[in-house]
Design a protein around this ligand. Structure first.
Ligand code: ATP
Ligand code: DP6
Length: 389
């Protein structure tokens, strides 16, 4: 019998973006960022870990497939946690000398601009910290796996403080408000493509740091002001302010990508259509009811209040028709009070299948340990659900 620790953690979506590192090794950002952690019941990584004397070398299984442990970020996280456990003397030396087996699954597309690395590393360090019984800032450990992962270790709205120290000890996340603070807030993830992106976030941000003047301006002049305003908007539940800042910050991040040299871009014609539709809809409503934001990929995340979900969903279905019966996934959609028609909406629909599917979700809580499973490793530490190919 071995101890199996299983955790779940969710993705987070930045409303003030992290883009650019001041230290590549320690993954230290140039600017503070703010995100919302999404509901673990809808999108999550689940990770089981164990350490045993009969494991010949460290093993990692991701989505049912054995993957190489020759991954610097994965090794850094494990080594750092073992080093802390050694210092804290909380587990015996023999246990620390054993290799680990890690088995993780995402219930949504991996490496497709949907923040799988954030959920994945937040989940991994939560499980490993529990296995090695360490008392430490989990957020700093998750940051070593992927910068944005440090925000997924808390629920609700979260701030990642860039910090200024060279060793990164003050580059850590903290919760702004709990998930229950703004219970009406909802998120629609519009999946345009769930394939691997062409320019990874790490490569893209390195190029921006080396070449974009706009990024320098953004870091010095825009982000500090926006962070303060965003915190006030969140605490005061001021949707208008929240939405405007969210859209402006997303647009500025994508402008930085174009300002980099050579330039790169993540938005497609479908992404731009989403932007146009949301602005037109807000204009017709005479108030800002929906905000979009895009990470390093073409998929959109829409923030909106629960009361507006039926109408906005009808609009999205009108503009992006789909024959798929599972087009809308996630939480149950509230019923519309009246049938919405958009025949007079000034933007024409696109042809079918431009959006693959939508995920309807909300702001949720941080990582959880699941003592009763379900685990992804059996009691002998063998992975379950592993594909033979
Ligand atoms: N559940 C997981 N456990 C451990 N590592 C994971 C997990 N899910 C993803 N990863 C790691 O993250 C990598 C994908 O990160 P990448 O930044 O390319 O995509 P993404 O996080 O989905 O998109 P983005 O960060 O742009 O939103 C995977 O190749 C893997 O190394
Ligand atoms: C556009 C972003 O999603 C960038 C995320 O970058 P990553 O955290 O994936 O990058 P690394 O630190 O190199 O792993 C914006 C954000 O989440 O703040």
């Amino acid at each position: 019998m071995s101890v199996i620790v299983t955790a779940t953690a969710s993705v987070n979506i930045a409303v003030i973006k992290y883009w650019g590192k001041r230290d590549e090794e320690l993954i230290l950002p140039l600017n503070d960022s703010i995100s919302a952690t999404l509901d673990t019941n809808v999108m999550c990584a689940r990770t089981s870990v164990c350490a045993r004397p009969d494991i010949e070398e460290n093993e990692m299984y991701l989505n049912g497939i054995k993957t190489s442990f020759d991954n610097k970020r994965l090794q850094t996280c494990l080594n750092k946690i073992k080093a802390i456990a050694t210092l804290q003397k909380v587990v015996d030396k023999e246990f620390l000398s054993w290799n680990v087996r890690i088995c993780s699954e995402n219930n949504f597309p991996t490496a497709a601009g949907l923040a799988s690395s954030a959920a994945g590393y937040a989940c991994l360090v939560t499980a490993l910290a529990k296995l090695y019984k360490i008392e430490s800032d989990i957020s700093q450990l998750a940051r070593l796996g992927s910068g944005s992962a440090c925000r997924s270790v808390f629920g609700g709205f979260v701030r990642w403080h860039a910090g200024g120290k060279c060793d990164g000890s003050d580059s850590t996340a903290s919760q702004i408000v709990q998930s229950t603070h703004w219970p009406e807030m909802r998120v629609l993830v519009l999946v345009v493509a769930d394939k691997k992106k062409h320019t990874s976030s790490s490569i893209g941000m390195k190029r921006s740091v080396e070449s974009s003047e706009l990024l320098k301006y953004r870091v010095e002049h825009c982000v500090p002001r926006r962070v303060d305003e965003m915190i006030n908007a969140i605490k005061g539940k001021d949707f208008q302010r929240f939405a405007e800042l969210t859209m402006k910050d997303s647009n500025q991040f994508h402008a930085v990508c174009l300002d980099s040299y050579p330039p790169f871009h993540y938005l497609t014609n479908v992404s731009y259509k989403i932007i146009d539709v949301i602005h037109k809809y807000n204009e017709i409503c005479k108030e800002t009811r929906v905000a979009y934001t895009f990470d390093a990929g073409p998929n959109a995340c829409l923030f909106l209040l629960e009361k507006d979900v039926p109408e906005v969903l009808s609009l999205i279905k009108y503009i992006f028709p789909s024959p798929n019966t599972d087009y809308v996934r996630g939480l149950d959609v509230p019923k519309a009070e009246e049938e919405n028609t958009f025949e007079t909406f000034p933007i024409q629909p696109m042809e079918e299948n431009k959006l693959q599917y939508l995920i309807y979700t909300k702001v949720g809580d941080g990582p959880e340990i699941h003592y009763d499973g379900p685990h992804l490793l059996n009691e002998l530490g063998q992975p379950l659900n592993v594909s033979k190919t």
